[in-house]
Write a protein that binds this ligand. Sequence first.
Ligand code: NAI
Length: 508
Amino acid sequence: MAALDPGIAIGVIGAGTMGAGIAQVAAMAGHPVALYDTREGVADRSIAGIAVSLEKLAARKKIDANQAARAIAALRPAQNLEALADCGLLIEAIVESLDIKARLFSVLENIVSPTCLLATNTSSIPVTAIGAALKHPGRLGGMHFFNPAPRLPLVEIVSGLDTSHDTAQCLFDTAAAWGKSPVLARSTPGFIVNRVARPFYGEGLRLLQEQALDAATLDHVLRACGGFRMGPCELTDLIGQDVNAAVSHSVWTAFYYAPRFEPSQVQQALVDGGRLGRKSGRGFFDYSAGAAVLAPSLAKAQPCPTHITLFGSSPLARALGQRLQAAGVVLQLSAEHSDGRIAQADQAVVYLTDGRSATQRAHDLNEPATVLLDLLLDPDTASCIPLAAGRRCPSAAVSAATGLLQAAGLDVVPIRDVPGMVVMRTVAMLVNEAADTVSQGVCTAADVDRAMCLGVNYPLGPLEWGARIGAATVGMVLTHLQVAYGDRYLPCAALQSSIYSGIPIHVA
Ligand code: NAI
């Protein structure tokens, strides 16, 4: 089934944030669009708002002025649901309630023609449940846009148990014809993005709870070392701590309280205190006028160590070598060391984290001067790196490792010695969740990566990232975390299969 012809009218029900955005997208694609809202005057106001923003975009030459004028003329408010009778697709973006959505579709199905498709923009309610009472549930699917709908390209096309293949395909093709990048998903809790993204928030919040680092430093690390557009604290402040906590809670309960989705007490405390983020003026950070912007905590400058040896050809060892040589630092290069060390700098012995704490690794290696480094998305260009030392590590070793990294042009972020550090722990959990999602048939491997890049701006799809790090390393990190904390960090079956077969997760 091909995309709906632009001549076909689209009805959007619920003219709030999402409904208005979706109406704008459909109108810009050339469809006549009717917008309905139960609150009087809301549809008119939304249309006026869309007109203002399209005119502004046209004035700034971001969109074609004629196309904008046509789109504005194509929008009309609907006075009642009967006024949507001539539509070929109805998209619902009303309040997030199963009862209210299911009732709405039961009414609509008696108003529209038998060929009219029905779509819900729900972000958390099973599409199967919304369609269960319909006479023809095959024509209902999810069309999950992201906020702001006119700007964000991703649309998850969600199939419930009864959604017909033709319906899903037509919604997919229509979203693509509207200039979006759709992905197909099975209706399971959180669909793709709201499920796979949970560890990004969850691990950050755990690290705060464990006092590993402060909120500003956490955000800085995930931006500067992990390549994420925003850190979890500023992002949840933007989303709203209450909204983000509600999604986490709903995914956790829907997965029957799986420990990896356990909500955070740190976030609950913010919600309890009304610190909801930007919208309330305060969340992790203070948004009142004149409030200080908190800086990340960085290590003080240390002298460059006298004796430096780099081991092996891992991306981090290679990048450190190049960066140090470019800075004119004298060093020795050595073959891979049997214990996997990356560097020796005076008395410090430096490793990439493998999920064990520095204290445990120092004990296991019988090497008190063990210093651990975190994962970097791109060691060639990163501007900073987290460092952790064990409890018996001599301060001279910490200084030497810090001086080594600073000589390579990296800001050093000393963090408390927690297993898995910050970026490695977060990314390993994202890889695990993406692998689990794909193995359960929610979506394809390519689509999970695409969805996370397009929907939440990840610098790399989690499965591609996992392949870069290597499934064996991701699995080892998680297994060590599991020993430290319990089954929250259990490597999923798909990841284990990748480890034992040597076949990357994203290869079928
Ligand atoms: P909103 O509160 O901005 O707008 C909802 C609108 O629906 C309101 O104007 C309300 O008057 C209207 N409404 C409520 N019940 C109605 C009914 N029975 N018939 C017609 N109109 C009705 O909410 P928002 O944020 O636009 O969310 C709408 C839907 O989109 C929800 O299901 C939400 O989960 C989903 N969603 C929201 C996203 C977001 O970031 N806000 C992102 C993706 C999905």
